[in-house]
Design a protein. Structure first.
Length: 272
């Protein structure tokens, strides 16, 4: 796995996805025009450095004559951090507007001298998907095809699916299993619901939040499979507010800077 600061945070948000029977709902929490920005911080000794930002957006588009959602995520290092490392990453998933069913997915990563692209096309079967994949890693290019279970989805689709999780049906310390397609492998991960907590962000805003700890993919990035905490807004939007994680080279955080045009009011906001 490429050790990319911004890509780490895409993985963090996606790690909160779930699809257990009776817990998923239809898409009732995001809509066309919604945007959200997150500031990314990296711990350097005793100093927290603002390393980059990630922009999320939802747009309605036409795909094969049908109205779909384009879920786009753009990650980039800010100018003061680019002397150390330069990143421009774009991820985009095309999904059904009702149930967030994956249709297509693409990503392009420019990280220092590293360049990679991935494309998926989902062909829905009765109870599964046949996924056609096209990869580029530097100068190497190859294609692959694999069959996945119907609840499996790519990174960005999973990021948005989590927000339709019916938290009211979760009990404290309940573990919800979920699968995720990452590159050309399916990982069976899990999510533990910790409970409610009030948090304050770096901008001084306070929120009512739900707290989770996901089971992670260990290896290049994480030492342990539970080195992360995720907070989402305690309202109908379920917007991620804060992600904190311990990695092999320190700590990282993703902090909500702003969310605009949400489908529902941000009632979780206690004070500005």
């Amino acid at each position: 796995m490429k050790r990319c600061l911004i890509f780490m945070f895409f993985l963090l948000f996606a790690a909160a996805g779930a699809n257990a029977d009776g817990i998923y709902l239809k898409n009732n929490v995001f809509r066309h025009g919604e945007t959200a920005k997150f500031n990314l911080y990296f711990n350097w000794g005793f100093i927290w450095i603002h390393a980059g930002d990630v922009d999320f957006s939802v747009q309605t588009q036409k795909l094969d004559g049908k109205e779909v959602y384009s879920l786009k995520v753009i990650g980039y290092t800010i100018s003061t951090f680019e002397k150390m490392y330069h990143i421009r990453d774009t991820f985009e998933a095309f999904v059904d507007t009702v149930h967030t069913i994956p249709l297509r997915y693409r990503e392009a990563k420019h990280e220092g001298s590293y360049y990679a692209k991935s494309n998926y096309i989902y062909n829905k079967k009765e109870d599964s998907f046949l996924v056609y994949m096209d990869f580029i890693r530097r100068k190497r290019q190859w294609k692959d095809t694999m069959s996945i279970r119907q609840h499996v989805a790519d990174l960005i689709t999973t990021c948005y699916r989590v927000r339709n999780l019916d938290i009211s049906k979760l009990s404290k310390n309940q573990i919800v299993p979920f699968p995720m397609l990452f590159d050309d492998k399916v990982y069976d991960l899990g999510l533990t619901y910790i409970g409610k907590e009030n948090i304050e962000l770096r901008n001084g805003k306070k929120y009512h939040a739900h707290k989770f700890t996901p089971k992670l993919i260990t290896g290049d990035l994480f030492k342990k499979d539970e080195d992360m905490t995720i907070y989402v807004s305690d309202d109908g939007n379920h917007i991620p507010l804060l992600v904190e994680a311990k990695i092999k080279v320190g700590y990282i955080k993703a902090v909500l800077a702003e969310a605009k045009n949400t489908k529902l009011p941000m009632k979780s906001l206690i004070s500005k």
